[in-house]
Design a protein around this ligand. Structure first.
Ligand code: FMN
Length: 191
């Protein structure tokens, strides 16, 4: 069921580094994303597949994880993702990269749901050095990186909880490193 996939599709920030995600698997994920909706059907997104050790290492150093968790640095050593998909807006197709935001969200969620269906998982990373990513990985000035998606074999325990009385939506961890993600109740979001 789609809802089961959505429930399993958490933002994972810890992976089994022994499980190497291949470029072929990444290609399969993008092959599903390319079939989704796109404003005016312009399809301005391009995808860079990063599955080689050197490229993944570079992306690991450009990405920032779980910034709300003040006393932990994630991923933990030895738990980095083994692949990335860098989503790029081709400004030759869509001049203003911000105008492609909705397309980016649709594509990113589709990629992650497909990954979960394959018993993998990942995390959307908006907090990365986009300028350096462009310099390091992209060979065309028209290509503007907008979102990185880390992919790997998750090793984390993540639990959804209801937003409490204090109204905080901040995710948090307990002493066993279980990650909790507060979600608003249905009755609180229907207007
Ligand atoms: C557009 C977008 C950008 C995100 N960027 C980051 C990021 O840079 N680093 C990170 O650790 N998580 C990032 N996340 C993951 C969110 O923190 C996560 O979705 C949120 O905590 C809810 O957890 P869940 O995805 O498991 O429901 C991003 C999520 C989205 C949708």
């Amino acid at each position: 069921m789609l809802k089961d996939l959505v429930l399993k599709n958490r933002s994972y920030r810890g992976f089994d580094e022994k499980f190497k995600v291949s470029a072929e698997i990444l290609k399969d994920l993008v092959d599903v994303a390319r079939l989704t909706a796109s404003g005016a059907n312009a399809q301005p997104l391009k995808y860079l597949l990063i599955a080689d050790e050197e490229g993944v290492g570079k992306m690991n150093s450009l990405t920032r994880w779980g910034k709300m968790l003040k006393d932990v640095t994630l991923p933990h050593p030895g738990q980095f993702p083994t692949a990335y998909i860098l989503i790029v807006v081709d400004t030759g197709i869509c001049k203003d990269p911000n105008k492609a935001d909705t397309d980016v969200g649709i594509a990113a969620q589709t990629i992650l749901l497909t990954a979960v269906e394959k018993e993998l998982g990942g995390c959307m990373i908006g907090n990365f050095d986009k300028e350096l990513a462009a310099k390091t990985f992209l060979n065309k000035a028209e290509y503007v990186p907008v979102l990185a998606i880390a992919i790997g074999k998750p090793v984390e325990t993540i639990k959804l909880v209801e937003v409490g009385e204090d109204g905080s939506t901040k995710y948090y961890r307990d002493e066993t490193d279980t990650h909790y993600v507060p979600k608003r109740k249905l009755e609180d979001i229907l207007i």
